[in-house]
Design a binder for this molecule. Structure first.
Ligand SMILES: [Zn+2]
Length: 300
């Protein structure tokens, strides 16, 4: 049974009302200055609009292309309106689980799971491209510790390197959380070399003042609080997460947090759509064969 959005999510109102609105939004995002042929850069085309998804034919080389090619929407059989509602639900403070999404938009659990992972993938790809720079702090931390219980044993905690930029008051701005390979368990923490590797990959060292916090008992506390927030938020929506996809969920948390911090209410949806239009979708097979703790950007 399809659950009515208005009753289930009282604060939620989709900006998009029709399939045509959504298709036009993708076309506008894909070609903001008008059509450009992906093969020959020609800018004139004719539109074969008898199809559900419009097909554009280049006026010079006759190459036919859809606005969905190279986006996470490529190959989808679903109405785009369902995708757009999903994007909006993804931006809710704690996101939405695949179970809940499947009920809200009336698709199978597997379809909902794959849609959410495609969005996560787009967000993760953008996150991987944006280096931290300026005043940067880097902690060796653990994800999965219950912040309300200071017990010694945390069998499911995963070692992470957490890095952030901070503003003048020391508040974290852009944050990145990276799992450290195969370190799960109470006494496992990222080593100094893991922090150095993080800086090599994710920090623009030339334009940054980087400070490391490698000791568990002396971490940069505003950043440590974000790792705890990530755990609380992801746990509230998804319950316990298997380590195979944990990096993708960490990227979802930091990506969404950064979108809410850096964008306005008007631009946040546009920014997420921009990412989804710029990144080809990850396939179901790629997702299920993903290795545990695989660095996210390495997934083709
Ligand atoms: Zn062409």
């Amino acid at each position: 049974m399809m659950i009515h959005i208005a009753t289930e999510l009282p604060s939620f109102h989709s900006r998009y009302q029709s399939e045509q609105d959504c298709i036009e939004a993708v076309i506008a995002m894909k070609w903001p200055n008008g059509f450009i042929c992906p093969r020959c850069d020609h800018t004139k085309c004719s539109c074969l609009s008898s199809r559900r998804i419009p097909l554009f034919e280049c006026g010079r080389c006759k190459h036919q292309t859809s606005p969905f090619v190279g986006t996470i929407f490529e190959g989808t059989r679903l109405p785009l309106l369902k995708w757009f509602i999903t994007l909006e639900l993804f931006l809710l403070p704690d996101g939405i689980s695949a179970t809940r999404l499947s009920q809200v938009i009336g698709v199978t659990y597997k379809t909902a799971w794959l849609m959410l992972h495609k969005i996560r993938h787009a967000l993760g790809e953008f996150d991987a491209r944006e280096l931290l720079y300026g005043d940067v702090k880097v902690n060796s931390d653990q994800y999965g510790r219950n912040p309300d219980r200071c017990t010694v044993s945390h069998p499911h905690a995963s070692a992470v390197v957490a890095g952030c930029t901070v503003d003048e008051t020391g508040e974290p701005q852009q944050v990145k959380l990276r799992l450290v390979q195969q370190k799960r368990g109470s006494d496992r923490w990222a080593a100094r070399r893991d922090l150095t590797a993080f800086i090599d990959e994710h920090v623009d060292s030339l334009s940054s003042d980087v400070r490391l916090f490698p000791q568990a008992f002396r971490l940069y506390s505003p950043l440590r609080n974000i790792v705890r927030e990530a755990w609380k938020s992801l746990k509230s929506t998804y319950g316990a997460l298997e380590s195979k996809h944990l990096q993708a969920y960490l990227n979802e948390f930091t990506g969404r947090r950064w979108l809410h911090l850096s964008e306005t209410e008007v631009t946040i949806g546009q920014r997420l759509l921009q990412m989804c239009v710029a990144v080809p979708g990850i396939s179901y097979n790629q997702l299920i064969t993903r290795q545990t703790n695989q660095p996210f950007a390495a997934v083709a």
